[in-house]
Ligand binder design. Structure first.
Ligand SMILES: Nc1nc2c(ncn2[C@@H]2O[C@H](COP(=O)(O)OP(=O)(O)O)[C@@H](O)[C@H]2O)c(=O)[nH]1
Ligand SMILES: [Mg+2]
Length: 451
């Protein structure tokens, strides 16, 4: 995998160390990024667009408070690269859709048979009962190759050395599902020779696919195709609504970036990538994780956590503003606030990020007992009906008891939460009367009495 945009890591670390001004450092980073992407065979137009988007954001947008400019720039680069590589997909079939039949198609030599084994091992490790079969009757070695793989990972194999591929596929599926009780069946095919024969490849796919009606058709693409992967992936994507793509041999080519970005550009989903001959050299393709890795951002996760915290506190602030504009805070707002505080970790750290600091600080007083209390209040709110959420005033004695019982809490705790909600609403009213000010909360913008 290191061969895809291999030098980006060095670029990142010299960017962070550089003594140049921010603008200069950004500009030389982008120049090197362009070179690196072109070297990986990414389309020129794509490279130009990507770099101008990064440059524009880097120079025009402001980092959120508490984030260093350079860190923020790397987040922009990370976002844009992840975006370039497409969206994340869930790789596993849902239990409802079992049995799951996968048909593998692709050019001869692209790595189908190897991928069949990799997929089988992947699903086996995820707890599925996997079976392997092949319709490749053109090369006698094909049967042995897959059988050997099946034996090595200990999954059932069905094969016939001669005959009509379509009929073999049908019999194989019947046998693997009914006799071997598999819930995932992977069908390897013969493929076609050479690039530029998409038509034949797709026709074969359609023929077998119509006969066996697979849950998913998977196109295997060799990363060394580089940008040329675009045409094949695009036409495949048009032909099959249940398709996904595996890009193989990312370890052995300098053109991997070209292949990945070209495939992603078609809107087809890259589900897995292969980066070696061994069956373990295989992984779920997540553009975000992938982008983090090629940038070498070892602690991108902690950096991303910072951004998540900011987004979260942003949401708390927005709800607060809305509540002030409306003159009341609903129980749903309280729920969201409590959940955010819980998600964000230590209360004090959170409060530093939240603009409504002083308001929440009063809240903190009411939140004596800390996280345990928050959890109990969250579970209490979860036991309320929609009606009660929208109109807590209607909660009488018998409802109090029901809510306490439903959440496994005491009536006293439910009362406490209702009091907290009342307290927040009192503060909202004070805010609107101008008796209270909150740093970072733009009351003028909210209009009404608050201005
Ligand atoms: N380096 C590397 N080699 C691979 C990868 N996947 C497959 N291969 C090799 O590519 C060659 C062709 O693979 P095979 O699975 O037989 O391709 P098929 O003709 O499409 O079935 C074999 O030598 C494999 O070991 C990969 O991800 N990385
Ligand atoms: Mg093969």
């Amino acid at each position: 995998m290191s061969s895809v945009f291999g030098r980006l890591r060095d670029l990142v670390s010299s960017f962070l160390r550089s003594q140049e001004s921010y603008e200069e450092a950004v500009s030389s980073f982008i120049k090197e990024l362009q070179k690196e992407m072109l070297r990986s065979d990414v389309n020129v137009k794509v490279v130009t667009e990507l770099s101008s988007r990064i440059r524009e954001r880097a120079l025009k947008e402001e980092p959120p408070p508490g984030i260093l400019r350079k860190e923020w720039f790397l987040k922009v680069v990370y976002d844009e690269i992840a975006e370039l590589l497409g969206g994340d997909a869930a790789p596993d079939p849902s239990p409802k859709s079992l049995p799951w039949v996968v048909l593998l198609v692709g050019v001869q030599g692209s790595g189908k048979t190897t991928t069949a084994g990799k997929l089988a091992l992947y699903y086996k490790r995820r707890g599925y009962r996997v079976g392997l079969t092949t319709t490749d009757v053109y090369r006698p070695a094909a049967y042995d190759q897959l059988k050997q793989i099946a034996d090595s990972i200990g999954v059932p194999f069905y094969g016939e050395k001669r005959g009509d591929p379509v009929e073999i596929a049908k019999r194989a599926i019947r046998a693997l599902l009914n006799d071997y009780l598999c819930d995932v069946v992977i069908v390897d095919t013969a493929g076609r020779h050479g690039y530029g024969r998409e038509e034949e490849l797709l026709r074969e796919m359609r023929e077998i696919s119509e006969a066996i009606r697979p849950s998913e058709v998977v196109l295997v693409i060799d990363a060394s195709m580089g940008q040329k992967a675009y045409d094949l992936a695009r036409r495949f994507h048009e032909w099959t609504p249940v398709g996904s793509i595996v890009v193989t041999k990312l370890d052995g080519t300098a053109r991997g970036g070209g292949a990945l970005s070209a495939v992603a550009a078609t809107g087809a989903r890259i589900k897995f990538v292969g980066d070696g001959e061994k069956l373990e050299d295989f992984e779920v393709f997540s553009p975000r994780r992938f982008a983090a890795r090629i940038l070498g951002l070892g602690d991108i996760e902690s950096l991303l956590d910072k951004f998540r915290a900011i987004e979260e506190s942003d949401e708390v602030r927005k709800r607060l503003e809305r509540a002030v504009a409306l003159g009341r805070m609903s129980m749903r707002d309280v729920y969201h606030q409590l959940k955010s505080i819980r998600k964000l970790g230590p209360l004090r750290k959170v409060l530093e990020l939240v603009p409504g600091f002083s308001l929440l600080k009063v809240g903190e007083g009411a939140l004596k007992g800390g996280e345990k209390k928050i959890d109990s209040w969250v579970s209490i709110i979860e036991s309320m009906t929609y009606e009660e959420l929208d109109n807590p005033g209607m909660i009488d004695k018998s409802r109090l008891r029901r809510i306490a019982l439903g959440s496994g809490r005491t009536v006293g705790e439910v009362r406490e939460l209702l009091n907290y909600h009342e307290l927040l609403n009192k503060m909202i009213r004070d805010l609107r009367r101008g008796k209270l000010r909150i740093k970072g909360l733009d009351l003028d913008r909210l209009g009404g009495e608050a201005g």
